[in-house]
Design a protein around this ligand. Structure first.
Ligand code: RP5
Length: 166
């Protein structure tokens, strides 16, 4: 199975990235996590992206905050799908990172998820890998069923609590 490469701009992004790690672990998808900054270690970030395909990666996730150009910088060096996770920071609540990540000029796409949306970035990675992995596709279907059942259980519990529908 192809690996997912997670790159964060700083170790301060780890609490957000942990959500992606948990999702990938739950699906048994192999992954690596690195700290490479687009501005502090541009050569390492570019080198990682440029060699990612030959090293067995199928998708890259880039998590960064503030003037977050990490996802775009990685996407510039690979034709693997790159998913950007804008991370919240103090000054602008993540709007800075959201706009920096999502507003890629035409030609170099970055699939951007919500601010701090690392869980969805991981799920999207699994969905991409599942194109060639029927077992993963089945695991995704099963998760959807479990999630739906959890919502319906909450609906039933609420009705019970409020004595509705009786
Ligand atoms: C970005 O700047 C990082 O992705 C992080 O979200 C933000 C702050 O980095 P630190 O100053 O905490 O290293 O490059």
């Amino acid at each position: 199975m192809k690996k997912v490469g997670i790159v964060m701009g700083s170790d301060s992004d780890l609490p957000v990235v942990k959500k992606a790690v948990d999702v990938l672990t739950s699906f048994g998808v192999p992954f690596e996590v690195h700290v490479f900054s687009a501005h502090r270690t541009p050569d390492e970030a570019a080198g990682f992206a440029a060699t990612a395909r030959e090293k067995g990666f199928g998708v890259l996730i880039a998590a960064a905050g503030m003037a977050a150009h990490l996802a775009g910088a990685l996407a510039a060096r690979t034709t693997l799908p790159v998913i950007g996770v804008p991370c919240k920071s103090a000054a602008l609540d993540g709007i800075d990172a959201l706009l920096s990540t999502v507003q890629m000029p035409s030609g170099i796409p970055v699939a951007t998820v919500a601010i701090d949306g690392a869980a969805n970035a991981a799920l999207l990675s699994v969905q991409i890998l599942a194109l060639g992995e029927p077992e993963l596709a089945r695991a995704l279907d099963e998760k959807r069923r479990r999630d739906a059942a959890a919502v319906l259980a909450k609906d039933a519990a609420l009705a019970e609590q409020l004595q509705l529908n009786h």
